[in-house]
Design a protein around this ligand. Structure first.
Ligand code: 2XP
Ligand code: FE2
Length: 321
C-alpha cells in the first residue's frame, strides 16, 4: 500500500490530519469506490453557505438542500476516502474526455450567469497519480482523452460547487473530469460512452489502490426562471419551474429509492427527455457505470428547487444490498 502514498503529489503533505489519515490508510480489501453521490452544484448553494472563499455574502436560503449536504459531509468524513473524483457538466470539452492533471489548481471560479452569487477562490490538490492513470485507462479502453496540464486554466463552477458542498475543508485530493459536449449535439446517444468512461475510472481506481468517493455534479429537471427575486435567497419565490418538471423528478427519485440502479438505465434517458435534465451531460451515468451499476437502491438525502430547477442529493453505497 505504500504506493498509494509514495506516488502522491508533493503538496499532499499539506492536507489536514496527515497522521490520522495514514492511520486510516486503505487496505487492499477496502480500496475501490466506497460511495457515489449525486451532488448538484447550483451556485446558490455556495452563496447561501457563506464560505470565506466566496466573495458574495448572503443571508442563507435553500436550507434543506444544505442540510442534505451536511449529512454528506459527515458521511464522507466517516468513509475517509483518499480521493474525490468529480465529473461536471460545465467543464465542457469538444473533443474527448479530459482529466485535470494540474497538481495544485488555484484561482477564482466565476459562475457566468450568476457572477453576483459565485466568485470562489479555490486552491486544492489533485491526486496526480490517479489522474494520469485515468488518462491511460481511457486510452486503453479506446476513448479519446487528454490530460489537462495547464496550471492557468480556470476550474469551472460545477466542479468547484460540488467539491465545496461535499468537502469545504478541501483536505481530500481531487480528480476532476470534463464533460464531453457530444450529448448536446446527438441527443442522449453518447450516454453509452459513459459506460466506457466509468469502466476506465473503476480500473484506474483499482490499479492505484485508492479508496474513492465519486461525485456526479448534476441538477435534475433543469428549466429555470429568467427573473430573480430582489433578494436572491428570498425563499418565498422558490418553487418548481412547473408541475410536470416536479413530477418527472419525483418519478425518477421513486425509482432511485426503490429499485436497483439497473432500472435507471432507461429511467435516466426518459427523465432527460421529459425535463431537459442536466444529467444529459453524462455525470450520473458515469457515476453509476464506474460503480458497475450496483444492485442497490439509492438514498435520497434531500431534494429542493433552485431558481425552479430540481436538485437531489443522493447516496449510493455499492457494497450494500
Ligand atoms: O446549470 C447551472 O449550473 C446553473 N447555473 C443554473 C442555475 C441553477 C440551477 O440549477
Ligand atoms: Fe449546471
Amino acid at each position: 500500500m505504500s504506493r498509494v502514498f509514495h506516488l502522491d503529489p508533493p503538496g499532499r503533505a499539506r492536507r489536514a490530519e496527515p497522521a490520522e489519515r495514514v492511520a486510516e490508510a486503505p487496505t487492499a480489501e477496502k480500496a475501490g469506490i466506497v460511495a457515489g453521490y449525486l451532488a448538484p452544484h447550483p451556485p446558490h448553494l455556495i452563496y447561501a453557505d457563506n464560505p470565506p472563499q466566496n466573495e458574495p455574502r448572503s443571508t442563507g436560503g435553500w436550507d434543506l438542500l444544505r442540510w442534505a449536504y451536511q449529512e454528506v459531509r459527515r458521511r464522507v468524513r466517516a468513509l475517509a476516502p483518499d480521493v474525490l473524483l468529480v465529473h461536471a457538466p460545465h467543464w465542457i470539452t469538444m473533443v474527448g474526455h479530459h482529466v485535470n492533471c494540474v497538481p495544485n489548481p488555484k484561482g477564482v471560479s466565476v459562475e457566468p450567469i450568476f457572477p453576483h452569487l459565485f466568485r470562489y477562490h479555490y486552491d486544492f490538490r489533485t491526486d496526480v497519480a490517479l489522474a494520469e492513470e485515468l488518462v491511460a485507462r481511457c486510452e486503453a479502453n479506446g476513448l479519446v482523452s487528454r490530460g489537462m496540464r495547464e496550471p492557468g486554466v480556470r476550474v469551472d463552477y460545477a466542479t468547484i460547487g460540488a467539491l465545496h458542498m461535499v468537502n469545504p475543508a478541501w483536505d481530500i485530493p481531487v480528480v476532476s473530469i470534463s464533460a464531453n459536449n457530444n450529448p448536446y449535439f446527438y441527443a442522449d446517444a453518447e450516454l453509452d460512452e459513459m459506460e466506457v468512461l466509468g469502466r476506465a475510472t473503476r480500473e484506474a481506481i483499482e490499479r492505484t489502490g485508492r479508496r474513492a468517493v465519486l461525485l456526479a455534479s448534476n441538477t435534475l429537471s433543469h428549466l429555470h426562471f429568467d427573473r430573480e427575486a430582489e433578494l436572491p435567497e428570498d425563499m418565498s419565490a422558490e418553487r418548481p419551474f412547473n408541475n410536470d418538471q416536479y413530477r418527472a423528478d419525483m418519478k425518477l427519485l421513486d425509482i432511485v429509492r426503490n429499485q436497483p440502479t439497473s432500472a435507471l438505465r432507461t429511467a435516466i434517458p426518459e427523465h432527460i427527455a421529459a425535463t431537459e435534465a442536466e444529467t444529459k451531460s453524462g455525470s450520473l451515468n458515469w457515476l453509476l457505470a464506474s460503480m458497475d451499476w450496483p444492485a442497490t437502491s439509492g438514498e435520497v438525502l434531500g431534494y429542493g428547487t433552485i431558481i425552479g430547477t430540481g436538485n437531489a442529493v443522493i447516496e449510493w453505497r455499492p457494497g450494500r444490498g
